[in-house]
Design a protein around this ligand. Structure first.
Ligand code: PBG
Length: 327
């Protein structure tokens, strides 16, 4: 008789037939930081801290020592530095370039990834520049935004970023950023594109962490409709043609079908972002004692990898890496 259970009989056999193996080298740790000297627990994301630059460097080093190859940086910019033009985003002496230099000096082998989008710098809280049209409605200025994103990406490259990660969802930004990087002699700096980034309700805790929520309106004219999967294929083909090096799907856990579609569509590496709301759903259920922390975290990450992601941006990176090293 054919008995699939034979392959599940013992831990040894299960480990031989296991199709998906999670490893610390799959993880990218998103890190928050600010100008202050104090480290601040983030109220909207229990267990996550917004670091000073020295603490950021220390904590990134600890994560790297656990086998995590990369971090992605999210700054909280002082309110006084925000403007409608978001010009602080390309200041070589700004918070992000200083953090990149400090990280690369302390940990040369750590891959430093930066977020390219205007929301932390824009007084309107949108990823792009905005204008009010004749009817008084907010309009996101796609091509004008790209001019600023190019400067932001080059500024990060100049400071030493290994990869820039445009999360803004403007049309045409990947090819334009590629061109700007090449023109400035940064042809080795890669682009991890947020290819299929959905207008998700799961980003709320992140925006709380950075005070970066839009002041008016929502992001639905640039981030994708959660109802659409074929459109992710379209975005994949575009980002690949525009020269992206790695394609990302975001969020991850509720979009496993999209990860699988993108995986089938491209030969490029695929990343997935387990976002703040996913983190929070798991954290809160575990804090209440309703779910087992270790099993549910590792299961959620395994599922994302099984769907087709080669790498996962996750706030659980350090914890999960520590657990995997115990196994
Ligand atoms: C900013 C950006 C966001 C996230 C990553 N980069 C927020 C947004 O698009 O509103 C969300 C990450 C998370 O929720 O963990 N462009």
């Amino acid at each position: 008789m054919i008995r699939p259970r034979r392959n599940r009989r013992s831990p040894a056999i299960r480990s031989l037939v296991r199709e998906t193996q999670l490893s610390p080298s799959d993880f990218i740790l998103p890190m928050f930081f600010h100008e202050d000297d104090e480290d601040t627990p983030i109220a909207s994301m229990p267990g996550v801290t917004r670091w000073s630059i020295p603490s950021l460097v220390r904590e990134a080093g600890k994560a790297h020592a656990l086998g995590i190859p990369a971090v992605v940086l999210f700054p909280k910019i002082d309110e006084a530095l925000k403007s409608p033009e978001a010009d602080e985003c390309a200041n070589d002496e700004g918070l992000v370039p200083r953090a990149i230099r400090a990280l690369k000096a302390a940990h040369p082998s750590l891959c430093v990834i930066t977020d390219v989008a205007l929301d932390p710098y824009n007084s309107d809280g949108h990823d792009g520049l905005v204008r009010r049209d004749a009817r008084g409605e907010l309009v996101i200025l796609n091509d004008e935004t790209i001019d600023v994103l190019r400067q932001q990406a080059v500024c990060h490259a100049r400071a030493g970023a290994d990869l820039v990660a445009p999360s803004d969802m403007m049309d045409g930004r990947v090819s334009s950023i590629r061109e700007a990087l090449d023109d400035e002699d940064f042809s080795e700096v890669g682009i991890m594109s947020y290819t299929a980034k959905y207008a998700s309700a799961l980003y709320g805790p992140f925006r709380g962490a950075l005070d970066s929520a839009p002041k008016e309106g929502d992001k639905k004219t640039y981030q994708m409709d959660p109802a659409n999967a074929r459109e992710a294929v379209r975005e994949t083909l575009l980002d690949e043609a525009e020269g992206a090096d790695i394609l990302m799907v975001k969020p991850a856990g509720l979009y496993l079908d999209v990860i699988a579609r993108v995986r089938e569509t491209t030969t490029l590496p695929v990343a997935a972002y387990q976002v703040s709301g996913e983190y929070l759903m798991i954290q809160s259920a575990c804090a209440a004692g309703w779910l087992d922390h270790r099993s549910v975290v590792l299961e959620s990450l395994t599922a994302i990898k099984r769907a087709g992601a080669s790498m996962i941006l996750t706030y659980f990176a350090a914890q999960a890496a520590a657990w995997l090293r115990e196994e």
